[in-house]
Design a protein around this ligand. Structure first.
Ligand code: DGJ
Length: 764
């Protein structure tokens, strides 16, 4: 609900309230964002207003008519440089006269119904037209620029989204140096800024920084949303836990360079901003032109990190992911990559698919290596013609044979790239991002096609349309394996080179939009050397993303925990792979690898033809289990319990379970059933007691709790007990005493390193 009690604007979701006002000077003062409060008239919002009487010494007042405050010490909805505020601005423009001072003041506001679409960018959507939209227009009266701030209220998810649009209504061209998406000011300093950092194969490592002064930045300059720093971030209090306390989550619907910063001012006020990274960004706006900033998604919960994650999960499932696959069960796939890498041929693939079919696999995916002369990663990207030495009957013949086996067929592509050693590069060397006449940096011996150019976009759309129609293709893995260097487009004038990174993303979105709409039945999975472009922009077109090239169960537990703060299980690709693991050489039980993968969109990526019969039987059981429970696992509410975060770097805190255990629960939306996981990192001697505590159950309902899904008792039935939801959540189930030297008994738990168990809870 949006209340317009001019000069107050109050936005309510079910559990949160967001408020700001127009100051006498015309600036927008941010008043409140937090737990829902009651506002029935303007006066109710007045108490939220800071009482400004004088500007602190050594600060500047806005002008001689308004001497009771300095913009440096006011919580603002948007800010710019030059009239007193010296903190991170939302907007930065260099005008025709060379000045970079802006002065935006309130012009008018309107509340409308429904989600408006962006002209150039993907955004959230609302099928039911329930969402309310507040547009606030501000004008820089000296330079003729119009700034629109957009707010959308998704009440059911406790989410408010924000974006901004700048229109050049002046008579001269201006340089836009930044237009961020959202700014959030708090009147106190004590916030913890949580970011998710990493690198290839170790994405989404949670990092907490306690802010007290200065600025902390989390940003990407890889050209993608990146594995270095995901655009999803959180702000919380030091006392916030998984289940209690204030938690703000923010994500950006954008797949390129992004920027999130928290700054604590000299007056103890905290500012958070998020948007397109201003690093090297310079966008020319001619008279009459406009620029849209991507949509930022903000969620608040007073029920800790889990509470906020619930809002984000619900929002992503309902208002980001779209199309045929939005609500469809995702198939269990078998991918050829770790089984064969580039060394594929029709016989090998058919044998693998046959073994997969035996085990219960539903979709067979041919990964890299099927086109051009793709024997390794040094050549052929761009030449999307089948290698008939490997596939004599083409993709068509292979896919038909796989269909005949009763499996769906999927294919791998990397459309945005070209190898220098390719026909495409020979024909169109000008189609790559490169600085003419200058040496080029190398990354996986490939170059990035210049998607700022419409002819290159058209080529990708045509080529991929041909590939996606060249057989019975039900699934596409869209990969992208290089980070950006040499940002330069031969299609743009020198003074427009600051637009390349953003225009690339817009070009990519055009390709993804056309292709996903042209092939609505295909299930697309985004991939970027694993999680190097895992974001809400991609998820607007592709319903799932390969989360990491690291398939080690232990690493994956941590990586998937990281994703779970901002993303639901249904968008996280997770595979069971071979051991020793190809990324870490670690041995983990097959059971554990599956347990971790089934808290995601579960698939397999190993050579079934190399497995023992015993292992294949185990896999068969796993797939059967996953099919039975995947509806819950792909659509249920996910909660974190204890996690590995907090483990000391050398793994030395083995004493008792702090940091040594990952505990997850996924509960059906109607709370009638749940699946739980307990995963132990390392065995510690003489630590015998362990428990599993559920989350999200109905406290008053009785559940049948099953210890492990595999038969455990002599009569072939898994051990069970009956318990109320509250006991399972607040008390937890005490597990059997674990093995310890001196205590040899038949009725105990034998645990080892990297061992896990799954628990089922079904209400009566
Ligand atoms: C990187 C991906 O993340 C892998 O899964 C695989 O598809 C390779 N690329 C293929 O080159």
């Amino acid at each position: 609900m949006i209340q317009n009690f001019y000069p107050f604007f109050v936005l309510h979701t079910n559990q949160s309230t967001y408020a700001f006002r127009v100051m006498e000077s015309g600036h927008l003062e941010h008043l409140y964002y937090g737990r829902r409060i009651t506002v029935t008239e303007a006066r109710d919002a007045e108490i939220l207003t800071e009482k400004h009487v004088f500007a602190p010494s050594n600060t500047n007042v806005y002008d001689e008519n308004y001497t009771s405050f300095s913009l440096e010490d006011v919580c603002l909805e948007m800010s710019s440089y030059g009239r007193g505020d010296i903190r991170e601005p939302l907007v930065e423009v260099v005008h025709g006269d060379g000045s970079s001072t802006s002065d935006f003041r309130f012009e008018d506001a309107a509340v409308t119904q429904g989600k408006a679409e962006f002209k150039t960018l993907p955004g959230s959507y609302d099928e039911t037209n329930q969402v309310q939209h507040l547009t606030v227009a501000l004008k820089d009266r000296h330079y003729g620029l119009l700034l629109e701030l957009h707010y959308y209220v998704y009440e059911d998810c406790d989410v408010i989204t924000r974006s901004a649009r700048l229109v050049n209504e002046s008579g001269e061209t201006v340089q836009l140096h930044r237009l961020l998406s959202a700014q959030l000011d708090f009147d106190t300093p004590e916030y913890v800024f949580t970011t998710f950092h990493g690198a290839w194969a170790r994405e989404m490592k949670r990092t907490d920084v306690r802010m007290s002064a200065g600025r902390h930045v989390s940003a990407s300059y890889t050209g993608t949303s990146s594995n270095r720093a995901n655009p999803f971030v959180m702000l919380s209090k030091e006392t916030t836990s998984e289940d209690f306390g204030d938690c703000y989550g923010c994500n950006l619907i954008y797949s390129g360079n992004h920027y999130e910063a928290v700054e604590v001012s000299g007056y103890g006020k905290t500012r958070f901003v998020t948007g397109v990274n201003p690093q090297s960004f310079c966008y020319l706006l001619a008279p009459g032109e406009d620029f849209e900033a991507p949509e930022a998604v903000m969620a608040y919960s007073h029920e800790g990190f889990n509470g906020m994650s619930q809002c984000m999960h619900h929002f992503v499932r309902e208002h980001i992911v779209r199309g045929e696959w939005k609500r469809k069960a995702r198939p269990v796939l078998l991918n050829s990559w770790e089984a064969a890498y580039f060394d594929i041929d029709e016989d090998k693939l058919l044998n693998l698919a046959r073994a997969g079919k035996e085990a219960g696999i539903e979709l067979f995916v041919m990964d890299d290596g099927w086109f051009g002369n793709r024997v390794d990663d040094t050549q052929s990207l761009g030449d999307w013609q089948v290698d008939t030495r490997k596939l004599p009957h083409g993709v068509e013949g292979l896919s038909r044979k796989i269909k005949e086996m009763g499996l769906d067929f999927g294919i791998w592509v990397e459309p945005e790239m070209v190898n220098v050693k390719s026909n495409l590069y020979e024909k169109h060397p000008e189609w790559v991002l490169q600085i003419p006449g200058k040496p080029h940096s190398e990354g996986r011996t490939q170059r990035i096609l210049d998607l700022t150019r419409q002819d290159v976009q058209d080529y990708i759309i045509t080529e991929m349309s041909r590939v996606f129609s060249c057989g019975e293709i039900s699934y596409v893995k869209w990969d992208m394996n290089r980070t950006f260097t040499d940002y330069y487009s031969s299609g743009l004038k020198p003074d427009r080179q600051g637009e390349v990174a953003h225009r690339y993303v817009l070009g990519l979105y055009r390709c993804m939009k056309v292709l996903s709409e042209r092939f609505p039945k295909i299930l697309f999975e985004g991939c970027c050397a694993g999680g190097n472009r895992f974001d809400l922009g991609i998820l607007c077109y592709f319903p799932q993303i390969w989360a990491s090239d690291d398939t080690d169960a232990l690493c994956r537990a941590e990586i998937q925990t990281g994703y779970s703060y901002g993303y639901p299980l249904s968008v996280v690709g997770a595979h069971v792979s071979a051991c020793p693991n190809h990324q870490t050489r670690r041995m983990t039980p097959l059971k554990t690898r599956f347990h971790v993968a089934c808290f995601g969109v579960c698939g397999y990526e190993c050579n079934f033809c190399d497995m023992t019969e015993e292992e294949l039987d185990e896999v068969k059981g796993q797939i059967a289990f996953y099919k039975e429970w995947r509806k819950l696992l792909q659509t249920g509410d996910f909660y974190r319990g204890r996690t590995f975060t907090g483990q000391t770097a050398d793994g030395s805190c083995l004493m008792l379970s702090r940091g040594n255990v990952t505990e997850w629960t996924c509960v059906s939306r109607d709370r009638s059933c749940a699946v739980g996981l307990l995963l132990q990192k390392l065995v510690a001697p003489n630590t015998q007691y362990e428990y599993y505590r559920a989350r999200g159950l109905a406290p008053e309902r009785k559940y049948c709790f099953t210890y492990g899904y595999q038969p455990a008792n002599e009569d072939g039935k898994a051990a069970e007990c009956l318990a109320y939801g509250d006991a399972l959540m607040y008390g937890g189930v005490k597990l059997k005493q674990a093995f310890s030297e001196g205590g040899r008994h038949g009725d105990m738990r034998i645990v080892g390193d990297f061992v896990s168990e799954i628990y089922l809870m079904v209400s009566e």
